[in-house]
Unconditional design. Structure first.
Lengths: 146, 146
DNA sequence: ATGCAAGTTCAAGTGAGGTTGAGGTCAAGC
DNA sequence: GCTTGACCTCAACCTCACTTGAACTTGCAT
C-alpha cells in the first residue's frame, strides 16, 4: 500500500498514464504487477520519472536518458553509490548543455553592443577573425553532430 | 556573388539542404530566387541558421525559435536594436533553461551524499519536508507545463 | 452482488522535425 | 552546345515520443 497505481504515479509525476506505459515499454521504468495484472510502482519510481522529465526538457533524448538510467539498479532501490555513478557519468553531458545555453545567451548579449551577428567581424564573438564572413569556412557557433 | 546557394549555406551551417527548405517552409528563414528559381541566401542567413540550431539543441522548439525570430527583420540585415530586442525577450527563457539544467545537475550531485532520490526525505533537496514521500502532493522537480 | 472508474493489451493515429525519391530544370566547365 | 552536378517541387516516408480507441478486466464502494 506504499506502492502507487499508474494513475497515482501519473498524477504525482505530472505525466499521462500512457506515457508511463510507454516508458516501461522502452525500459526506462519498471513495474510490479498485482494478482490481477495491474501495475504497481514503488515510490522510488516517482523520482525516476521526475528525473526523466527534467532531463527531457533540457534537450536530452529518451535514449540518452535510458543509457544513464541503466546505471541505476533495476530491482532494488538505488544506493548512494548508484546515484554517484549516474551523477559522475552525466556531469560532463549536463555541463556541456549548460555551456551551450550560456554561449547562446552571452553571444546574444555581447552582440547587442556591436551587432556582430549581422556584421562582418566581431572581436568578441570571433577573436581571431578566422571566420570573416567573406572567406570560406564555417560560421557555426559549434560543431553539429546531428 | 556574395550570396550563398542552398548547398553552400547547408555546408557552412552544418545542416542538410532539405532542412533549410523545411525551415523556409516554416517561415524561419527566407531566400531570394535567381531568374532560374534557385534559392540564394544573403550571408546574414548563416547567422540565423546557426542561431536556430543552437537554440534547438538546448531543448527549444522550432515554434519558440520562430516566435523569437519574428523580432528580427525579414528583409534587411538585422540592426543592433533588432538583436537587442531578441536578446531581451529571450533572456528569461534561456536563464530558465540554464536553471533547469543546473537544478538537475546539482540535485544529482547533492544526492550523492545522502541518497535522497531514493530516501524518504532530504534536507538539501526538500528543505521544508513539504514533499515527504508518504504524504499526498507532488514530488516534481518542477511543474510540468507540457 | 453490482456498478463503474480505473486498469489491461494491442493496433493505429498524431505532431514535430525532418529525409528520400521521382521527375524535371539550371548553370558552370569543357 | 552538351554534359554533369547542383538545384527545383511535391508527395511519400521516417524517427521520436507519445496519444487514442476498441475490446476487455479489476477492484473499491455501496
Amino acid at each position: 500500500m506504499t506502492d502507487l497505481t499508474i494513475g497515482q504515479l501519473a498524477e504525482r509525476a505530472g505525466v499521462a498514464p500512457s506515457a508511463l506505459r510507454f516508458y516501461e515499454s522502452e525500459g526506462l521504468i519498471e513495474s510490479l504487477r498485482t494478482a490481477g495484472n495491474q501495475r504497481r510502482y514503488p515510490r522510488a519510481t516517482l523520482r525516476r520519472v521526475a528525473f526523466i522529465r527534467s532531463a527531457q526538457r533540457v534537450g536530452l533524448s529518451l535514449e540518452e536518458i535510458h543509457d544513464a538510467l541503466r546505471r541505476l539498479p533495476a530491482g532494488r532501490t538505488p544506493s548512494k553509490a548508484d546515484w554517484a555513478s549516474l551523477s559522475r557519468s552525466w556531469r560532463p553531458r549536463l555541463d556541456e548543455q549548460i555551456e551551450r545555453l550560456q554561449r547562446l545567451r552571452d553571444t546574444l548579449d555581447s552582440c547587442i553592443g556591436c551587432g556582430c551577428l549581422s556584421l562582418r567581424s566581431c572581436a568578441l564573438h570571433n577573436p581571431g577573425d578566422v571566420l570573416a564572413e567573406r572567406g570560406p569556412g564555417a560560421v557555426n557557433l559549434e560543431p553539429q553532430p546531428r
